[in-house]
Design a protein around this ligand. Structure first.
Ligand code: FAD
Length: 477
């Protein structure tokens, strides 16, 4: 008998699972309450990169003289054109997904899904009415929304979420970004490039304070931010936000996340700014979907728990993507991959999700690409490792394009010389990390990489150079 699969949420987790399952002959109903593409396409990856592209172009246009290109006259930036372009790209992408769903005969239902009982979902249709969807198997892929803080909730005018930043109609003269994680750091560069005076506040002692991001990356990032006049405040938290007529007054105090007394005892600090963006995390969209009706419990933070096959405690009910929380890595490509693994298991295969070689792409300036273990993670696992670093300034292509800031670090297991981690900050690092991902996924050694011919002159030569260095045969470094 044909399996009936219902999928709740059409982000990169849900829609990819739907296409894969339908292409294998499963009868799929995909339920989405907003737009196809989820957070990634509508409020995340794609719109933020469209903004970054304009910000980078604007900065480049102002700095062409050093390359012998003189632009005479004013160079100005028009946010309306940027936002119109953004909407056009998003609409095209959404249409593309809809066409793929149609081609694969996915039954797409526009509305808010609610699990009514085992095997039954009620959908409150966007155009009115209720539709019942029966299922044999279910994939929950409902994702997250920005975390709203009780002390200073979003008012969407002066206290903004990341969603609001993607819909700005003017560039604020000054903005404080609370949270120095991936989203906060990306927006710091975007807004600074577009002319805003940016301050970034992070409660921990470094920006990007994630175990998977090597400390040396944070160091280079902070140096590059300072060059762009972005003000960095670490080891403090914003305690209060007072709204005045035209500006916000933020009071910052001790961070509960640090035990370093020196930082803890620093005095209160006040900063004034036009707007504030709160980028301190995400909340799971799992409380209003009827999980209790099938007896599905969540963990203490509200994330859904699954086994390695991505099945929940309830047989036949799977969960994928951001709804699984940060321990399973909240990235679009992880959600899509999980979608494929879940479908394999629904089809009776025995597929397991592996998280040891997930690339991370951070679109700061310069960009960051990471994969595998950081030095801290390797030490915590008790591994004997060695690490080698090469600076981009030793790479001919980096000199040619005038982007020499940054480095590539390779972490290898001492005994086997297997590559267990790669951490790059520099031009096109988000593309360059693919080679490191292949190396970590396939358990390649430094010798494998050193014996791979890399084209010249390319930025990818940094991977060759760092492998040569790790093989004790450095050439240019
Ligand atoms: P989502 O994309 O959140 O999709 C879930 C969908 O479920 C949503 O469309 C929602 O409307 C729908 N839904 C929820 N409840 C219901 C219901 N009851 N009924 C029907 N539908 C429902 N990741 C990267 O890999 N690279 C990046 O560069 C990147 N940049 C980002 C930038 C920003 C500003 C943000 C916020 C995120 C970024 N991310 C990035 C993260 C990425 O967006 C997420 O990891 C990804 O979208 C998660 O996919 P998902 O399918 O699990 O959930």
């Amino acid at each position: 008998m044909e399996t009936k699969l219902a999928i709740l949420g059409a982000g990169p987790g849900g829609y990819v699972a739907a296409i894969k399952a339908a292409s294998k002959g499963i009868r799929v109903t995909l339920i989405e309450k907003e737009n196809l593409g989820g957070t990634c396409l509508n409020h995340g990856c794609i719109p933020s990169k469209i903004m970054k592209n304009s910000s980078d172009l604007f900065l480049k246009a102002k700095n062409t003289a050093q390359f012998g290109v003189n632009i005479n006259g004013d160079i100005s930036f028009d946010i309306n054109t940027l936002m119109q372009r953004k909407e056009k790209v998003l609409e095209n992408q959404r249409k593309g997904i809809e066409a793929l769903l149609k081609k694969n005969s996915v039954h797409y239902v526009k509305g808010k899904g609610y699990i009514k009982d085992k095997g039954l979902i009620n959908v409150e249709l966007n155009n009115g009415g209720i539709k019942n969807i029966e299922f044999d198997k279910l994939i929950i892929a409902t994702g997250t929304k920005p975390l709203n803080m009780k002390t200073f909730p979003f008012d969407h005018k002066t206290i903004l979420s990341s969603n609001d930043l993607l819909k700005l109609d003017t560039i604020p003269e000054s903005i404080t970004i609370v949270g120095g994680g991936v989203i906060g750091c990306e927006f710091a560069f975007i807004l600074s490039g577009l002319g805003s005076k940016v301050t970034i506040v992070e409660a921990r002692d470094r920006l990007l304070p994630l175990p998977s991001v090597d400390k040396s990356i944070s160091k280079v990032l902070q140096r590059e931010m300072k060059k762009k006049k972005i003000k960095i405040i670490t080891g403090k938290v914003v305690e209060k936000a007072d709204k005045n007529d035209n500006y916000l007054k933020l009071t910052m105090g001790k961070s509960p996340f640090l035990d370093n007394d020196k930082i803890k005892n620093t005095p209160q600090q006040i900063i004034e700014c036009e707007k504030m963006a709160v980028c301190v995390g995400r909340t799971p969209l799992a409380s209003e979907i009827g999980l209790e009706n099938i007896g599905l419990n969540r963990d203490e933070k509200g994330w859904i728990k699954v086994n390695n096959s991505l099945e929940t405690d309830i047989k036949g009910v799977f969960a994928i993507g951001d709804i699984l929380g940060p321990l399973k890595i909240m990235l679009a490509h992880v959600a899509s991959h999980e979608g494929m693994v879940a479908v394999d298991n629904i089809m009776g295969k025995s597929s397991r999700m592996q998280y040891n070689a997930v690339p991370g792409a951070i679109f700061t300036s310069p960009e960051i690409g990471t994969v595998g273990l950081s030095e801290i993670e390797a030490f915590e696992k008790g591994m004997d490792i060695k690490s080698y670093t090469v600076n981009f300034r030793t790479v001919g292509k980096a000199q040619a394009i005038g982007e020499i800031a940054g480095e590539a670090k390779i972490i290898i297991e001492d005994k086997t010389e297997k590559i267990v981690g790669v951490h790059i900050i520099g031009p096109h690092a988000t593309d360059l990390i693919s080679e490191g991902t292949l190396a970590v996924t396939k358990g390649l050694t430094v010798s494998d990489l050193a014996h791979t011919i890399h084209a010249h002159p390319t930025l990818a030569e940094i991977m060759w150079e760092v492998a040569l260095k790790a093989s004790r045969n450095p050439l240019h470094s």
